[in-house]
Design a protein around this ligand. Structure first.
Ligand SMILES: [Fe+2]
Length: 250
């Protein structure tokens, strides 16, 4: 089975559709999303509806949480906060109810995996995994083979070996394919990057395909028409900086 794991869609309909078109053409049969379906972007309701249509497994992101007051708005920067306040009024009750019920982490038993937004270590704190130390804290909580996260909007891949050592593998820097060793019990922590607002200086949408038969993890980048979403951000009265940053992947 080919399983697509998306992250941080951030209400970017154009990026989401580009990723879904690519995934469908690549034989993907199932989907998960690691949180932050909404926030920053102009099409939050569309993105929620589209992922639900696909029966996508979704966990709670910090922006999703803020929209339904599970997290205070004061922890966000002023531009993010403005977009969140706009999103609160844009969404219908059914969308807000859906976000209210999202779990902080969700097991994917069919692939011996789990999803969380930032880290499995106190997932309610939405900590970033950006160092070996923070990766180790999450990996120590991980009982499955695979954990998929997002939040930093920067794809990367950490491994914890049988002896407890952690490493950052460079394969995702090159859109590479990681071949999971068959006879190893290593655990993997995969940051799938961001569909709707990449921050690794590559403006293309990012997502990951896990192939359960080949035992591979592949980072994929998909180009899309950024100008369309930038125009919609301006039309909706959202801060212009949220449109401009998409051009640079920042
Ligand atoms: Fe995010």
């Amino acid at each position: 089975m080919r399983y697509a794991i998306l992250g941080d869609v951030h209400a970017n309909k154009e990026a989401l559709e580009a990723v879904l078109t690519h995934a469908q053409a690549s034989g993907v049969q199932a989907y998960a999303q690691v949180g932050d379906v909404v926030g920053y972007g102009p099409d939050p309701a569309y993105c929620i509806d589209r992922l639900r249509e696909l029966d996508c497994k979704i966990c709670l992101g910090n922006h999703d949480a803020a929209v339904v007051r599970r997290l205070p708005l004061d922890v966000f920067n002023p531009f993010a906060k403005m977009a969140l306040e706009w999103t609160m009024f844009e969404l219908k009750k059914a969308h807000r109810d859906f976000l209210s019920e999202l779990p902080l982490q969700l097991d994917l038993p069919e692939i011996d995996g789990v999803i969380a937004h930032g880290s499995l270590y106190k997932p309610e704190s939405f900590d970033y995994v950006r160092s070996l130390a923070s990766a180790a804290r999450s990996l120590e909580m991980q009982t499955s083979k695979l954990c998929f996260v997002g939040h930093s909007h920067q794809p990367c891949l950490f491994v914890m070996y049988d002896d407890g050592r952690c490493d950052l593998l460079s394969i995702f820097k090159r859109e590479g394919v990681y071949q999971i060793p068959v006879d190893s019990s290593e655990k993997l922590l995969v940051n799938v990057g961001s569909v709707g607002q990449p921050r690794d200086e590559d403006p293309r949408a990012a997502y990951v395909i896990y192939d359960t038969e080949d035992c591979t993890l592949q980072l994929i980048r998909v180009a899309y028409d950024i100008r369309v979403v930038q125009e919609r951000i301006r039309q909706k009265g959202l801060p212009h900086v949220l449109a401009e940053r998409l051009s640079y992947g920042l």
